[in-house]
Design a protein around this ligand. Structure first.
Ligand SMILES: C[S@@+](CC[C@H](N)C(=O)[O-])C[C@H]1O[C@@H](n2cnc3c(N)ncnc32)[C@H](O)[C@@H]1O
Length: 228
């Protein structure tokens, strides 16, 4: 198989149909700026009172994509194929952008299991995956990922963490027994939420916890770990 064949067999961003879906979704996601502006007074007010700005902004974020960058998306997709991934699990699927990248990197016969707690986002993510031609291999579980992902059958090849940051560590610990040795854990936003995610990063980078991990310098910071 030459490189061109590999890329076309990977599917979406490399094939025209889903590439167009991703292009549209990344374009729509630029409206997130307006959502951030609307949430700014609440977040700032919470910060001044010593409360969590993120928690205060959450009601406004129901309509926000908050997606991975196209660059990170491509990286996720290529990594999925490089890892020969047959089972990919995602915490926080939003409108399905990272889901499309990851699911299109699956090996033939593989499956993608995403999770999202906002019902309007679940509907849109499913629709977007269908438009990208991925609904046969990808599902989005609706509700709190701590529950909806708890009965996943292992072995998991890739776990991608991108939901609210306080759950990265508890969810990882819940799913750890299902990660096969050599599987990957990738977690977005370790720079964006440096303070909130410090305990998670410390856990991942302590080899006693069963991972070898490094932070990759994407602008948002991607923790990239292999299960030992
Ligand atoms: C940063 S966005 C995800 C973006 C998505 N990965 C992408 O690149 O397109 C985080 C999402 O996680 C969802 N989320 C947060 N906590 C969750 C939970 N406990 N269970 C399921 N989804 C959750 C939020 O509703 C939000 O849509």
């Amino acid at each position: 198989m030459d490189v061109k064949d590999i890329l076309s067999s990977v599917g979406s961003p490399f094939s025209q149909g889903s590439g167009l879906v991703l292009e549209r979704l990344h374009r729509d996601a630029q409206n997130d700026r307006k959502v951030f502006l609307r949430s700014a007074p609440a977040a700032f007010g919470a910060w001044i009172r010593g409360r969590s700005p993120i928690a205060a902004a959450i009601p406004y974020l129901k309509d926000a994509y908050l997606p991975v960058s196209p660059e990170m998306g491509r990286f996720l997709q290529i990594t999925a194929r490089l890892a020969g991934a047959k089972t990919i699990v995602e915490f926080g699927s939003s409108f399905g952008i990272s889901a499309i990248y990851l699911a299109s990197g699956l090996m033939p016969g593989g499956r993608f299991i995403g999770s999202e707690r906002e019902p309007n986002k679940v509907i849109r993510a499913r629709k977007n995956l269908a438009e990208a031609g991925l609904s046969e291999v990808a599902e989005i579980r609706e509700g709190d990922a701590m529950e909806t992902l708890s009965d996943i059958e292992g072995p998991i090849d890739i776990l991608f963490l991108d939901g609210w940051k306080d759950l990265y560590l508890p969810l990882l610990q819940k799913l750890k027994p299902k990660l096969r040795p050599g599987s990957l854990v990738m977690a977005d936003n370790v720079y964006t939420f440096k303070r909130d995610l410090a305990p998670f990063v410390m856990f991942m980078q302590d080899p006693q916890n069963g991972f070898a991990s490094v932070t990759l310098p994407f602008s948002s910071g991607l923790e990239y770990a292999v299960a030992l």
